[in-house]
Ligand binder design. Sequence first.
Ligand code: ATP
Ligand code: MG
Length: 217
Amino acid sequence: MKTTSNIVFHQATVTRNRRELQNNHRGVIIWFTGLSGAGKSTLAHAVEEKLHQMGCRTFVLDGDNVRHGLCRDLGFSNQNRMENIRRVGEVAKLFMEAGVIVLTAFISPFRADREHVRDMVGNSDFIEIFCDSTIQVCENRDVKGLYKKARAGEILEFTGITSPYERPDKPEVIVETGRLPLTDCVDTVMESLETVLTLFSSDYINKDLCTDSVKIS
Ligand SMILES: Nc1ncnc2c1ncn2[C@@H]1O[C@H](COP(=O)(O)OP(=O)(O)OP(=O)(O)O)[C@@H](O)[C@H]1O
Ligand SMILES: [Mg+2]
């Protein structure tokens, strides 16, 4: 059901650029994808901790948490997984427009759904991080006991067992979360963010950032 035909977008005067200038860094989406237990949440929060300590505005959107609220009405069918990621993409975009570095930790198993979010915001605003871990490692970890339940047939449509996971073709970053210690993975992600964070102070900052402020009479 589409209901957007009579809706007109209201332009904000406090723009994304002005928010970013105030934050002293750009807004961006850092999208972690990988199997359950690959380490997305652990890595996303560890990276957030670093960024926070550097004075950045950050927020983690985490799969399980979002499914308790915004997406509590959704299950795990392909259709529902797609809708889950669509909503998360829209929310992540709002955070990004607020000038926040938003880190998302979702299995997001389908390439097309991740690409949809990328297309929505553009390549420079979307950093896809593939948490690369074999199913064996994830299953051995089985932090939540879900693999055991899936093998016992107690959970249907479980990614990697009874539901597919599509590896990213060209992620911006691959981190071997199944093989390397967390600190190494954090370093890899932080290195990949260097250009994003410094971009702001060079090219990006010159783009009329200081000219779009509005007088409130
Ligand atoms: N290099 C690493 N990066 C991240 N996690 C790691 C790493 N090495 C080991 N781990 C461990 O792997 C487990 C991964 O759990 P985590 O909950 O982060 O996975 P997840 O990908 O978010 O899974 P889910 O999709 O089920 O939420 C944690 O116990 C974590 O300590
Ligand atoms: Mg998680």
